[in-house]
Design a protein around this ligand. Sequence first.
Ligand SMILES: *Cc1c(COP(=O)(O)O)cnc(C)c1O
Length: 394
Amino acid sequence: MRVYADNAATTHISDNALAEMIKYYGPEYENASSLHAYGQAAADALADARRRIAACLGCDERGIIFTSGGSEADNQALISAAHLGAKKGKKHLISTAVEHHAILHTLDKLKKEGFEVTLLPVDSKGRVTAGQVEDAIREDTALVSVMFANNEIGTVMPVKEIGAVCREKKVLFHTDAVQAAGHLRINVEEMNIDMLSVSAHKFHGPKGTGLLYAKRGIALESLICGGAQEKGKRAGTENLPAIMGMATALEDACRNLDEYTARVSALRDKVIDALSKIPRSIVNGDRENRLPNNVNMCFEGIEGESLLLMLDMYGIAASSGSACTSGSLDPSHVLLAIGLPHETAHGSLRLTFSEYTTEEEVDYIIDKVPGIVAKLRDMSPVWERMMKEEKANA
Ligand SMILES: *Cc1c(COP(=O)(O)O)cnc(C)c1O
């Protein structure tokens, strides 16, 4: 059996999104900047995509610019807000210890430019509070950037409350909503969000496309020099097929959101409850404020990588840490931030589901994981030592 449980890394494209894309790669291939009638039809399609996406996100369509994905949107949001702040002498940025590397590495770059960065610690469930943000805001704070939902442990942040604090203190608020879009209800206006990043391939849209929303009055800095596309905020011919695919995928996800949430969170809870019966296992993240499709657990005494390889032999595609950190021997910064010791953080398993995940697939996972964990522990010197210590302490 083949089970794909790595949807936080990427999702497969939906039939609807693909059909829409083929149309714009094929018969409707024109450039939205061309003045002839065909070009104008492309421009109309682009405007239509912007409207449809804005309706899903509860934002002003005029604030949306299309990017090459979540990473570019995150980069542009942070760099723009930092430079806008610097013009007014504000060179302090606030974010969290559990952000995606698209945020963390951009902050490192800004630090080298002379910005001061405060990374808020998270609690054992991976959350920051609005109170922490309030306490960290200073006279010279240019931006607060807190992710909507964490890509590794699935924890959902109190975005609306953090946004309210930022509004009150008149500090710009950006959220990396890449894991949230299409998976959680988002309303930019109601949630006090000034800037928001989205990526299409996390909700059954195409890879290499995303968007940045910025509230009116925030002068985004273009990261790419060239033409005046996207109101001069993002040069380069718009990737119309991908944008149309993204709009279709997001609309479908938003339309099915209630049904998706109910069905997939039940599968998630079934897996967490079943795998929690494995001795010395830990559920990472928050059981209350959690993405509907995320399971993240640690099994003491084993290596996450070995677990992944064994699961792979049974046809189960999962992940340990994030796709960006796997391949390196360092344990995930997120698992360390929630207070796990290095040794435990190495034994993590992330399973992320989608609307296409079936009960049968989930049962297959529940059937296979305990035996694999037991087998790996049998071969593990770390586990042997733990068992000795347990006996000695008994
Ligand atoms: C995937 C992801 C990104 C990067 O998005 P890309 O479109 O792959 O560049 C950024 N932030 C989070 C939280 C993600 O999960």
